[in-house]
Design a protein around this ligand. Structure first.
Ligand SMILES: Cc1cc2nc3c(=O)[nH]c(=O)nc-3n(C[C@H](O)[C@H](O)[C@H](O)COP(=O)(O)O)c2cc1C
Length: 159
């Protein structure tokens, strides 16, 4: 069965709510899904997943340090995540607050691992990945579910 791992960091719960919707979407796409806080995620979790979806609050237009720490530690397994499917999502305080640069910073690290990343052609929630502003609204949660489902479907095709 296709395994999808949803990793997130969240201090005030907004990114966590998005993570739960991403997981719901991945499950509806037929994957076996695990949701983990980034602080509890190890390299074995990454290696054991066909799809990896990472959510971070927007901090100064970038991923939170806790998420960056996971990527920094993942240099140990560089080359071993090739062709896993990746996606990213974020929660920010304002529309122009750097949400897209945050998502792109996560996707960039995934590309350096030679992962295959998915976007969103329909403009529901953001081209590069789902974006929530404050408490995620229904549209943001729908984008999260769609992204989870898209990753599950693609990971299944590639498996
Ligand atoms: C250290 C720090 C930096 C932040 N930087 C930004 C920012 O650059 N742009 C923005 O829109 N929001 C910024 N925020 C707000 C958070 O992204 C926002 O409150 C988000 O919803 C928090 O997600 P969480 O509830 O999952 O912790 C920042 C918050 C903190 C604590």
């Amino acid at each position: 069965m296709t395994r999808v791992l949803v990793i997130y960091y969240s201090r005030t719960g907004n990114t966590e709510k998005m993570a739960k919707s991403v997981a719901e979407g991945a499950r509806s796409g037929g994957a076996e899904v695990t949701v983990k806080r980034v602080e509890e995620t190890g390299l074995d979790d990454l290696l054991g997943s066909d799809g990896i979806i990472i959510g971070s609050p927007t901090y100064y237009g970038q991923m939170a340090a806790e998420v960056k720490r996971l990527f920094d530690s993942s240099s140990e397994v560089r080359g071993q995540l090739e062709n896993r499917v990746g996606a990213a999502f974020t929660s920010a305080a304002s529309v122009g607050g750097g949400s897209q640069t945050t998502i792109l910073s996560i996707l960039q690290a995934m590309l350096i691992h030679s992962m295959i990343v998915v976007g969103d052609p329909m403009e529901v929630g953001g081209h590069y990945g789902p974006i929530g502003v404050g408490e995620p609204d229904e549209e943001a949660l729908l984008a999260c579910r769609k992204t989870g489902q898209r990753v599950a479907h693609l990971a299944k095709k590639l498996a």
